[in-house]
Write a protein that binds this ligand. Structure first.
Ligand code: GLP
Length: 261
């Protein structure tokens, strides 16, 4: 995995937006994997600014979100479909219907999960997947204990994740849904390039495990150690527990700028 340690979320947003811009230049009909959560917000801000300035366009691109709470109605502000529209999709020039997400209101959940896998496959697969990471090492909503080969399915959220996400539900952990639909680790591993973002001290242990721990279902993000093109973008606070921190910094400093991530 390539590790890039930057000063703050704004710099991270710039580096990730460069990679997404290069992809869209090379392949205007690219398929993007979109994540919710606070980690990718700086990337979306930067992409929206570049789209406004006419530097990039999503007109031919498509998108798939990672996950969705089960049971939140269409008008719920924390429904991930609504959140991603608000923080990103509506701010750029995707054509209507170009971004899809798992259906957390489906009456037949296994069928909805299978349909989502088929839709991703039919699009040609995700070219670039943006990811955050939970404090417990989850990616999307693949909680500790997830099969490392899992596909889109229903999962029970851990108490830790519900506590972490309570801030979006008026601080009420009991208001956070107990279940979600999530792309599996096997699904995410099929993306051609994965960019994972982690910022802040509370992500330092998860970042250390992700990069330097043993591959294990206990820290689901560690499966990315098997990915041929995964880039991890960290700020200094999230990098503070890394054993090889000097090596990562030196490697990135010595990289020619034209190469990108
Ligand atoms: C949620 C999402 C994940 C996200 C994680 C971290 O549980 N399902 O996709 O990566 O939280 O969120 P944040 O970036 O807000 O710390």
């Amino acid at each position: 995995m390539e590790v890039v340690i930057l000063a703050d979320a704004k710099e991270i947003g710039g580096v990730a937006a460069d990679a997404i811009g290069a992809l869209l230049t090379r392949k205007p009909a690219a398929v993007l994997g979109l994540a919710t959560g606070s980690s990718p917000l700086a990337i979306y801000d930067e992409l929206a600014a570049r789209c406004d300035a006419g530097l990039i366009s999503f007109r031919q691109a498509r998108g798939f979100t990672l996950d969705e709470y089960v049971g939140l109605t269409a008008d719920h502000p924390q429904r991930y479909r609504t959140v991603i529209d608000e923080v990103f999709v509506s701010r750029v020039d995707f054509v209507p219907g170009a971004v899809e997400g798992p259906d957390g209101l489906a009456s037949d959940i296994p069928a909805a999960c299978a349909a989502y896998e088929n839709a991703i496959r039919a699009s040609g697969g995700v070219d670039l997947q943006i990811l955050g990471i939970g404090t417990d090492g989850h990616i999307a909503f693949n909680e500790p204990g997830s099969s490392l080969a899992s596909r889109t399915r229903i999962k029970t959220l851990t108490r830790q994740t519900r506590m972490d996400n309570a801030r979006f539900f008026g601080g009420e952990v009991e208001s956070v849904p107990t279940h979600c639909l999530t792309q599996g680790l096997g699904t995410i591993m099929e993306a051609r390039h994965v960019i994972l973002v982690a910022t802040g001290r509370n992500k330092a242990e998860a970042a250390h495990q992700l990069l330097e721990g043993a591959v294990s279902a206990l820290w689901p993000a560690t499966i990315l150690q098997h990915h041929p093109h995964a880039t991890v973008l960290l700020d200094d606070a999230a990098a503070r527990r890394l054993q090889l921190v000097d090596y990562y910094r030196e490697t990135y400093r010595a990289k020619p700028e034209w190469q990108g991530i």
